[in-house]
Design a binder for this molecule. Structure first.
Ligand code: HEM
Ligand code: HEM
Length: 204
């Protein structure tokens, strides 16, 4: 495997730059913590571990929303030079998968913050007041009452599918797309091997 690491901050067709890679892996770690807090919350709210993890669920959710906003802007700035999604149906499915990840990464915390706002108790993160206490508004709370939990679990399922696809790419289609997100470059040695039937490798 090639050990060459891309140090450019910008995304390139052969791999993601430092900023996209840092945001991707930082957020993956924070999401892992966030899902862990939700899983323990579902299992037993009275466990000591649940109380510890749940203590950061709200603040972490807010931080994740700020990070995804930065990531979306950075993705748009780099849109023309990012690694391609591939051709045909597989390319379309990959694009749709990434768009769905963004939609849920924004929807899940946004709708919860709307509920917190509607709750009227105010909301602070790390001592910074995000919004002041106000009047309770049940209408603003309804979307999250209905959808925050289910959409959160849907995001977890989508992430599981996303990770599965990375391994399908590697072992079935012999494309090292993981390299794009680890050292910012697809493994060229693997790319030189013949691709399997009809699946074109999106590398320029
Ligand atoms: C990307 C960020 C977030 C993810 C992935 C996420 C995920 C989840 C999940 C899966 C549940 C269901 C847990 C269960 O069934 O017991 C949940 C519940 C909850 N979350 Fe979040 N959450 C996020 C952000 C937030 C934010 C920003 C807030 C508050 C401002 C929040 C407040 C709550 C509350 C109060 C519950 C319990 C009530 C309910 O299920 O709707 N979450 N969260
Ligand atoms: C909460 C966890 C995760 C989320 C929300 C997530 C989300 C995303 C998104 C939205 C992209 C598109 C590029 C971008 O805009 O940054 C992406 C790309 C990628 N992710 Fe993840 N990811 C997660 C975890 C993982 C994990 C654990 C792996 C490794 C097994 C992984 C491997 C990759 C790879 C290889 C790409 C590049 C795919 C390509 O260029 O076609 N991701 N991820």
């Amino acid at each position: 495997m090639s050990l060459q690491t891309t140090t450019s901050i910008w995304d390139r067709p052969h791999g993601y730059g430092l900023v996209s890679r840092a945001l991707h892996w930082l957020m993956a770690c924070l999401f892992a913590l966030q899902f862990l807090s939700a899983i323990f919350h579902l299992i037993d709210r009275n466990l000591a571990i649940t109380k510890t993890l749940w203590g950061v669920h709200h603040a972490l959710g807010f931080i994740l929303l700020v990070l995804v906003a930065l990531r979306a802007v950075w993705g748009l700035v780099n849109l023309r030079t990012r690694p391609p999604h591939g051709h045909g149906l597989i390319g379309l499915a990959s694009l749709a998968g990434h768009l769905a990840l963004y939609a849920l990464m924004i929807f899940v915390p946004a709708v919860a913050l709307l509920r917190a706002y509607g709750g009227g108790k105010g909301f602070a993160v790390l001592g910074v007041q995000i919004f002041e206490p106000g009047t309770r508004n049940e209408t603003l709370m309804e979307p999250a009452q209905l959808l925050h939990g289910p959409a959160g679990w849907a995001l977890l399922a989508l992430v599981a599918g996303h990770v599965l696809m990375v391994f399908v790419h590697k072992h079935l289609w012999r494309e090292d797309i993981l390299g794009r997100m680890t050292h910012g470059r697809q493994d060229d040695a693997r790319l030189r091997e013949p691709a399997t039937a009809g699946h074109v490798i999106g590398q320029n």
